[in-house]
Structure formats: C-alpha cells, structure tokens
Design a protein around this ligand. Structure first.
Ligand SMILES: C[S@@+](CC[C@H](N)C(=O)[O-])C[C@H]1O[C@@H](n2cnc3c(N)ncnc32)[C@H](O)[C@@H]1O
Length: 273
C-alpha cells in the first residue's frame, strides 16, 4: 500500500521545491529531475527505504533513519543491490555522515530514532527533512514534530504525510483497510493518533510550538497559510491505476473533500532574521 503512495509523495516534494526555487529566482533552470540534486535530505522513519531510493536516484544525498533495526536491515539489503544508489552503511560511532556534493546522489541508512540525532554536540541540519506515514504512529506528536523541525536548516523544508482524524478516515483506514479487506494488519492505526491538517498548520503558526526564533507560518488566512510558507494537499487512491494521486490544487472544493483522509504537508523554516 505504502509503495503505491511513492509517486504522489515525490511529485509533491519536487513540485514544491521547484516552486520555491523559482520564487527565489525566476530564471532558475530546474525541473523534477534536477531540483533535488546535491540537497542533504533526511528521511525520518524510512521503513524499507522506498522513498529514500527514489530521492537518491534524483540526486539527493539521503540519510534514512528508522527506530526499527529490522527495517534498516531490509532497506540496506535492498539498496546494496543497486550500485547507482552509491550506498554506504552509517558510521559505526553513530555520527551523521556528511558527503561531498556529487551529481550522483548517495544513500546512507542508520538505525536510530529521530530524538537521538539531536543528542550529539554537533547537530547536523538538512535542506529537506521528510517523514512519511510516521506521525500517526508516535505517542507524542508535539515532541516528534519539534525534533524533526530542529533538524531542518534555516530556509529548509519539512515534508510530512499522515492521516486526518475524521469519520471518513476511520471508515477507510481502519474499518475497510484493516477490519474488512485486511490490506493492512489490524491494529496498525489508532484513530486518536490521527492528526488534522489544521492542527499541523496551527502547530507551525504558534510561537510556542517550536524552538526556532519565530513561528514558521506567520499568518493563516481563514485557516489557509501563504503558499510560500506551508501547504496541505490531499492524496487519493485511484483503483484503476493501482496507486495514489496528488489532488490538483485546482480541483473544485479540493480543500474540503480531499484532505479528510490521507494528505501531504509542507512547511518551510524561515531564514534567520
Ligand atoms: C508506517 S512506517 C512508514 C515507513 C515509511 N516512511 C513509508 O512511508 O513507507 C513508520 C516507520 O516509522 C518508524 N518510526 C517510528 N517512530 C520513529 C522515530 N521516533 N524515529 C525514527 N523512526 C521512527 C517505525 O519504525 C516505522 O518503520
């Protein structure tokens, strides 16, 4: 199920990064295949490494971390089979590896939880931090978000995907996918842990949420942020394609109907003032 989400996630990430590059420099010569080149990317809760591999093939210098040793083992075995991924194991001392820029991307996996990346003396920050389908599994979402946010460079990007806490999401992800169709192991999701788009927006709009000097979203207009600061986008499963699709911004009433279950979120850390 998660692998079928990958194209929509990557599309959202590359589109948003391109949009921001062009916002800064209208003459920037970037497209979906080049916008990630040379960027330092951290994937928190990378699981089997599906997203990490795609981002690396697009030229990112990717570090995938996961709290599960088993998942890191599976991801490492898979990545080792493809020389194009330029794969290395994490350093034995647990420090975050740094890589020189190369037009080829590079991939490293590390068995650790996100909170441990912040415990060293020199905390490495990343151009892009992403964490897909993890937030709805953690016990303390505020702490998890603060930890992910602290690892983003000033001017860098945080991408998340998660599930809204709505009756529709309960019906689709728990009743249908777990209890009836058994597409997902029963008990995988807990309804009370689902997070609404408005809760994520409020979190990053509140000065007290983050340890950075100011909120990442300066203002919400009727609950909607400026598109240069943050964005939420629904993703929907398209049965005849067998994969998820990013709902176009222009789809009529998209905000109302498409963000009631699985959705993507992007927010940008402000540059230092
Ligand atoms: C549902 S899986 C998602 C895997 C992958 N991101 C994907 O979408 O295919 C959630 C993953 O998050 C990991 N995880 C949960 N809490 C974590 C934390 N605090 N730090 C790092 N990984 C974590 C779990 O071990 C698990 O592999």
């Amino acid at each position: 199920m998660l692998h079928a989400m990958n194209p929509a996630r990557v599309q959202f990430m590359t589109q948003k990064l391109m949009e921001m590059r062009r916002e800064e420099d209208s003459t920037a010569d970037v497209d979906e295949t080049t916008v990630l080149r040379g960027l330092d990317v951290l994937d928190v809760g990378c699981g089997g490494g599906l997203l990490c591999e795609t981002l690396t093939r697009l030229g990112a210098l990717t570090l995938g971390i996961d709290a599960s040793a088993e998942n890191i083992g599976i991801a490492s075995m898979h990545a080792s089979a493809d020389p194009a991924l330029n794969f290395t194991h994490s350093s034995p001392d647990g420090s975050v590896p740094s890589r020189a820029y190369s037009s080829r991307g590079g991939l490293t996996y590390m068995h650790t939880a996100v909170e441990n990346l912040l415990s060293g003396q020199h905390v490495k920050q990343f151009d892009v931090v992403c964490s897909m389908e993890v937030l709805e599994h953690v016990d303390n979402p505020g702490t998890f978000l603060r930890n992910c946010a602290a690892l983003v460079k000033p001017g860098g990007h945080l991408f998340l995907s998660t599930i809204a806490r709505t009756p529709l999401a309960y019906a689709l992800t728990i009743l249908a996918a777990e209890d009836v169709l058994r597409l997902v192991t029963p008990g995988t999701h807990t309804y009370s842990k689902f997070v609404n788009p408005s809760e994520l927006l409020d979190f990053f709009a509140s000065a007290s949420s983050l340890e950075s000097d100011r909120p990442w979203i300066s203002r919400l207009f009727d609950g909607v942020p400026a598109r240069t600061e943050a964005e939420t986008r629904g993703i929907v499963f398209v049965p005849w394609r067998g994969e998820w699709a990013l709902v176009p911004r222009s789809a009529p009433g998209a905000k109302l109907w498409s963000e009631g279950c699985n959705y993507l979120f992007w927010v940008r850390r402000p540059l230092l003032s």
